[in-house]
Write a protein that binds this ligand. Structure first.
Ligand code: 5CA
Length: 445
């Protein structure tokens, strides 16, 4: 993509309404634009990141054995009356009446809808176990939408629902999702710690929130810093091996990690050495729930069991804040000049900066780089604009593409270019061909 053609409306000034870095940087980098409080349009740069995050979530859901589907955003009030949540949910729910005076709502979550589908279509224990998910926009009329996409009113969520014949099966599904969450967030370059949590309006007996430690987070959390050292990506995971899943989960759950609602100061102090205690804030990027028959019972989701008797299915639900993750990743990875994208979610793999468009040698070298990297399957942004180098460097720092190839008239005379990483780990003067070899084979995360 040539930057001269790309729709990238960056801002010079820091927007006044943005209180935290990620919100400020997303507005300045032209990633999003507010439509009304807590509701955003995703401009091309932001949408590219959103899609990459969504794709990682999808791959890890599929790997864990969940199947993708798509449910509507608008739901009938009726199914929420059946579960008993229509009145309980309160003013956060956006209630709508259609022209026939039918009561509808914009879904804040989908337990009722998926349970209704399952109740109407599953017959036998042979239909179990199942894990079904979708990635769909949700609406919650938050009292205080803030921090940009972190606490929006309309936001993109991945929500998965599990159906099992008994408690043991439900725990197995919970464990699969638990492990898939660890992998999902790690692939995005995040350290998300599973913490014992309250179940809130979803309900149930067992829940973990996945928290990225950050001073700007909205959740108060307490944990053992050793949680940060556990590597979850180095080993291959067999989702059919219950023991292996439980072993991975145990590595986390034996360490103290709780949200404020579950916190117990005495247990924290006795279990965690002083220098390992983290008492601070975090961003909740996902939450998993086991709630047994809370929805399946009132909504009649039964199957015929192996003994010929009807059995109410056991359920859990598993959410990931897909749009919130864009903000969370920026909170975890930025500096004063701008965003530093982890390779796996970056909007482009590399940016080519032409320091003197119009100079024959520079133009030719840039075009060679652009073509070669494109042929190698890399997404490249080419800054071919007629702007001063200072402006180009500032924009490149702001939008944070991981690799940068700087091509200028002085270097190119000797066949040299500058190859840099946005995170500061590489800054080399090398021959153009060497830089291209390196970029064409660099890991994409
Ligand atoms: N039905 C369950 C799981 S599928 C559920 O709704 N869980 S939740 O309420 O915890 O939401 C799942 C995830 O969505 C949260 O962990 C959070 O990352 C994200 N989320 C929740 N509210 C918002 C919001 N207002 N703005 C952005 N993301 C949100």
């Amino acid at each position: 993509m040539r930057l001269s053609r790309f729709y990238l409306p960056t801002l010079k000034e820091t927007p006044k309404e943005a209180e935290i870095a990620s919100h400020r940087l997303m507005l300045r980098a032209g990633m999003i634009r507010q439509s009304s409080a807590g509701i955003y349009s995703w401009l091309p740069l932001g949408f590219r990141v959103l899609r990459r995050i969504e794709q990682i979530v999808r791959e890890e859901q599929d790997r864990a054995g969940a199947q993708e589907m798509l449910m509507p955003t608008i739901q009938p009030a009726e199914i929420w009356r059946e579960s008993g949540r229509y009145d309980d949910y309160g003013p956060e729910m956006l209630r709508i009446t259609d022209r026939h005076e039918r009561e509808l709502l914009y879904g804040p979550t989908n337990e009722e809808m998926i349970t209704e589908i399952f109740a109407a279509t599953a017959r036998s224990y042979r239909d179990l176990p199942k894990m079904l998910y979708h990635i769909q926009w949700k609406f919650r009329d938050e009292v205080r939408p803030r921090f940009g996409v972190m606490r929006g009113r309309e936001f993109l969520m991945k929500d998965c629902y599990s159906f099992d014949l008994d408690y043991e099966g439900a725990v197995r599904s919970y464990n699969k999702m638990f492990v898939s969450y660890l992998r999902t967030f790690a692939r995005m370059g995040l350290k998300a710690i599973p913490m014992e949590a309250d179940t809130g309006p979803i309900g149930g007996d067992l829940s973990h929130e996945f928290i990225v430690l950050a001073p700007t987070g909205e959740s108060a959390v307490f944990c053992d810093r050793n949680c940060l050292d556990i590597d979850v990506l180095s080993e291959d995971i067999d989702y059919g091996d219950d023991g292996a899943l439980a072993a991975i989960i145990n590595r986390f759950t034996t360490l103290y990690a709780r949200t404020e609602e579950k916190h117990d100061t005495a247990a924290f102090e006795s279990r965690v050495a002083k220098d390992r205690r983290y008492e601070g804030r975090g961003i909740e990027v996902g939450q998993v729930f086991y709630f047994g028959t809370k929805y399946s019972k009132p909504m009649g989701a039964e199957v015929i069991g192996p003994d010929g008797q009807p059995a109410t299915v056991e359920m859990g639900s598993y959410g990931i804040g897909v749009s919130r993750l864009v903000g969370a990743i920026i909170e975890a990875s930025h500096d004063d000049a701008g965003i530093i994208w982890p390779d796996a979610v970056a909007p482009f793999d590399a940016e080519i900066i032409n320091l003197r468009p119009g100079d024959e040698a520079c133009d030719a070298a840039c075009m060679e780089a652009y073509a070669r990297l494109g042929a190698a399957g890399r997404d490249v942004l080419y800054d071919d604009r007629d702007e001063r180098p200072g402006v180009k460097f500032a924009d490149a720092d702001l939008i944070g593409i991981p690799w940068r190839l700087v091509i200028g008239p002085r270097g190119i005379k000797d066949g040299k270019v500058e190859l840099k990483r946005r995170d500061g780990t590489v800054a080399d003067e090398v021959a153009l061909s060497a830089a291209l070899d390196r970029l064409a084979t660099a890991p994409r995360g």
